[in-house]
Write a protein of this length. Sequence first.
Length: 241
Amino acid sequence: MKYKNLHPWDVDPNQAIQIQKQLRDQLILQKTQETYRRIAGADVSYDKGSDILYAAVVVLELPSLQIIEEASAVGRSTFPYIPGLLVFREAPILLKAFEKIRQEPDVIMFDGQGIAHPRGIGIASQMGLWLDKPSIGCAKSKLFGDYREADLGAKAGSYTPLTYRGKIIGAVVRTRDNVSPVFVSAGHKIDLATSIELVLKSCQGYRIPEPTRQAHNLVNKIRVEGDKSKAPGGTQMDLFG
DNA sequence: GCGACAG
DNA sequence: ATCTTGTCGC
């Protein structure tokens, strides 16, 4: 999978904010496709105190949710985690993983915000722009916006709008009965209704929809394998050293 | 000044 | 994100 030239490497936070403000207006916030047969999920993981990042991309078939392709990448972090600038930390390694994908997805789900972001361009939106693909933000917690807990039903499938200054920027979506909701927002080349629909259609009894859940599983798998090769015989050293 | 703050 | 034990529920 090929992406646009803009490189998120070696930028400083001030420059990053300018890039986001500039890219913001290029977002397309409408449904650009009627059917979605392949959905991808992407995620990044790392060890505490380490600057090695692991990324995974999993492509699933819709509506079966069967995995048809997986790809991963490992790299060194070049940017710290700063709320609002997550994409500059995770994009380089994510793009490396996306390069290996051969089954082009119709839409990509990211573990983070879409336009529900201080500058209207979270990781899902910016990655969608760079990859030139429809994208959805599905985060486990809120970064930006307001909503009322009382307006959200307890059953799976219910949702309530996430707003900012009266404008709807996303939705708080219950994916399981009586379980904390996820925060969904349009990324790029898609609308909120379709984003919510795809998130709900992608759930398999877990709080996290399959695309990002499977990507999370894979990224943790390769991270653990990476640890093993880095510290062989670690268990015995702990016992006798 | 104070609270909030994706992963 | 990661570090962690027990615990509540289907």
